[in-house]
Design a protein around this ligand. Structure first.
Ligand code: WT7
Length: 656
């Protein structure tokens, strides 16, 4: 599958306007309406967001200041008091939505459960009381390491309800990765399950938690709550470990939502950067609530009758913003699925759509490519006529995959909403408003109202149309991350000083390369830092290198992304060995296993190439560009004159 290049982008001239039926029923119905909204927001962003905050959310107390901007630190709606769990649950109970399905859940082995708003509210209140009973207080961080089961959403909402920031760790991460995150957040309690289903196998989540906490390595954690999901044998440590169902039994369902300050921390979510350990991205209460609420409502043209399905895992920001908080705040019906695309059940996704009459389907290009490979016959033999809108996120979508999605899944009638955003942004930043903005395959189209996006050079100057540059945002927005947990300096350096501020004006650096075409459409090309995107998962090359080097046989490692047809990119590692260790197939296997143990299966190298030396500049910097060329099997392009030892290149081509 081809990578987006400037040539392929310039050749992509197809334009797909929304159908008249779609536009007539949409909230924002024409390009003119979008333009008006956009201009209004741009002229006075604070007023724009304040008006929406007033009409769309419930407040216990109104704010004093809309935006307090001391670059790069922002406060939104300071002085206000609210609770996102109240906005997601309580406020719907006094309306007809009380008995509407809030959460529909489909389990991997085929079991399913539905919660109305009233039922979900009850579960959340009870579980919030369980947390309180175990001594969790406002401000205490709670770790969540769970499979895709309703209890994951219930746990998050219960934390939010009592003001305990959650730190969800994706269930595919290793015990080591979990331990690092629990330590960094000083978590007081961990919520997990005996296991989770993943592609016909059981992930031993509780055993991983035991390992993460072993030798008292996370002293802050005093309790572990365990959901029974897979029924396999696990160890329960007396005093520390408790079954969810035991504590949920008979506990009061009366738990008023704690009035939170707008800027109280809602959660920490870790994401990879180009250097060092993963960053704890901090999101706060009110701005996050407003931003995820509005972006979902407009970009997916959400209707009260919709069944909406986002296929992400709650361990990622997509799951936080667009399975749990955004949909529930809007009073929508959100569907949660435990499964992943898998060869043993190639029709599973389409069965879910048919069974529940899904109207909006949101997934990732890597999944779409897997569906393409499994064959058209699977979706073709299911009734997908309920679908009215399709979304995509995670990486640039190849125009061929876009066209397949449009034709085979969307029946050529559903708009495709390609949403560009990041863990750091909380919600969609560049996205079509589907009734208004004609789409182009491979482009996330235009910025959301209130988002001032631009393409600049390294000095921060806007570059001409169709010339590549760095994607930046020029004005704060309510969903922006507030800081890196425990490291405000890193926040400043990474995101706000990469492009030097001009005349005191700070711009947010996203880390992506992009172009803007003559219609103002954005075409995102991919990361410009040492972050790679494997199946929509973001991995820092440094993290994987550190994992490799922590193995006794490894002296030095350099990791790059290698283009991959299914996953977008694959981990490719060049490794030099310590002393008398010699390359072997066994060692390759062992090193792969080692990376899985250190980080998780998502980081498993696809290929490891042993070499005597890595290509370095005279100042000792690894020349990754060369390694990327080599990994891709391409000729080494560009300037190699700074290479210290030219002989290294030939050896690298062959490997040892
Ligand atoms: C990075 C953010 C946002 C939730 C999923 C990933 C890439 C994301 C798109 C898109 C092109 C995209 C970018 C971005 N990305 N969506 N629609 N088109 N690229 O969140 O793990 O924080 O990763 O994913 O490179 O910077 P994340």
């Amino acid at each position: 599958m081809s990578e987006p290049t400037i040539e392929s982008i310039l050749q992509e001239k197809r334009l797909f306007p929304p159908t008249p039926e779609f536009s007539q029923n949409a909230q924002i119905q024409s390009l003119e309406d979008y333009q008006q909204l956009y201009d209004k927001a741009k002229a006075d962003p604070e007023k724009f967001w304040a008006d929406l905050a007033e009409t769309q959310l419930h407040w216990f107390q109104k704010w004093d200041t809309v935006l307090d901007w001391k670059p790069p630190f922002a406060k939104w709606f300071d002085g206000g008091k609210m609770n996102i769990s109240y906005n997601c649950l309580d406020r719907h109970l006094t309306t007809w939505r009380r008995n509407k399905a809030a959460l529909i859940w489909e389990g991997e082995p085929g079991d399913s459960r539905t919660f109305t708003y009233a039922q979900l509210h009850r579960e959340v209140c009870q579980f919030a009381n369980v947390l309180k009973q175990l001594g969790v207080k406002k401000g205490d961080v709670v770790g969540i390491y769970m499979p895709m089961i309703p209890e994951a959403a219930i746990a998050m909402l219960a934390c939010a309800r009592i003001g305990a920031p959650h730190s969800v760790v994706f269930g595919g991460f290793s015990a080591e990765a979990l331990r690092d995150r629990l330590i960094d957040g000083e978590a007081k309690l961990v919520i997990t399950a005996d296991g989770g289903w993943r592609k016909d196998a059981i992930v031993p989540l509780k055993a991983q938690v035991d390992k993460a906490l072993s030798n008292n390595s996370v002293p802050s954690v005093t309790n572990v709550l365990v959901v029974k999901r897979t029924q396999q044998e696990i160890q329960m440590e007396p005093g520390r470990d408790h079954w969810w169902h035991d504590l949920q039994q008979g506990i009061s369902a009366d738990c008023p939502a704690e009035p939170m300050d707008s800027e109280d921390m809602l959660f920490i979510l870790y994401t990879s950067g180009s250097t060092g350990k993963p960053k704890g991205v901090v999101h706060t209460t009110a701005g996050y609530n407003l931003y995820t609420h509005m972006t979902l409502q407009w970009a997916f043209d959400l209707k009260d009758t919709d069944v909406y399905w986002c296929t992400a895992d709650v361990g990622w920001i997509t799951g936080h913003s667009y399975i749990v908080y955004g949909p529930l705040s809007n009073g929508a019906t959100t569907l949660m699925y435990e499964g992943a695309p898998r060869a043993s059940n190639p029709g599973a996704f389409w069965d879910v759509i048919e069974k529940h009459g899904v109207n909006i389907f949101y997934t990732a290009p890597t999944a779409i490519r897997a569906f393409i490979k499994m064959g058209e016959q699977h979706p073709k033999t299911r009734n997908l006529s309920s679908l009215r809108l399709l979304g995509t996120v995670g990486e640039p979508i190849n125009p061929e995959a876009w066209m397949w999605y449009h034709r085979v899944i969307g029946g050529e009638k559903c708009p495709i909403v390609d949403t560009w955003w990041q863990t750091e942004t909380a919600g969609f930043m560049i996205t079509p408003l589907p009734g208004a903005i004609p789409t182009k395959p491979g482009s996330a189209t235009l910025p959301f109202p209130g988002i001032i996006a631009d393409i600049v050079d390294l000095e921060g100057n806007t570059v001409p149309d169709n010339e590549g540059g760095y994607l930046v945002v020029r004005h704060p927005w309510p969903g922006m991350m507030r800081t890196v947990y425990g490291d405000p300096d890193r926040f400043r350096r990474t995101y706000w000083e990469h492009i030097p501020p001009q005349d005191g004006k700070y711009v947010y650096f996203a880390g992506d390369g992009a172009r803007k075409d003559e219609d103002g459409y954005f075409w995102v090309m991919g990361r410009v830092d040492d972050v790679i995107n494997v199946a929509g998962h973001r991995l820092g090359t440094m993290e994987i290198e550190s994992a490799l080097v922590s193995h006794p046989a490894v002296a030095e490692a350099a990791v790059v992304g290698k283009p991959d047809e299914m996953k977008g990119e694959e981990v490719f590692a060049f490794v030099t060995l310590e002393g008398d260790h010699t390359p072997s197939e066994e060692l390759v296997k062992e090193l792969k296993k080692h990376v899985v143990q250190e980080i998780g299966a998502i980081a498993r190298p696809g290929e490891i190439r042993f070499t005597d030396a890595l290509p370095k500049t005279r100042s000792g910097k690894i020349m990754r560009r060369l390694l990327r060329n080599l990994a891709a099997g391409q000729e080494v392009a560009g300037d190699t004159s700074t290479l210290e030892d030219m002989g290294v290149l030939d050896k690298l081509r062959e490997g040892v």
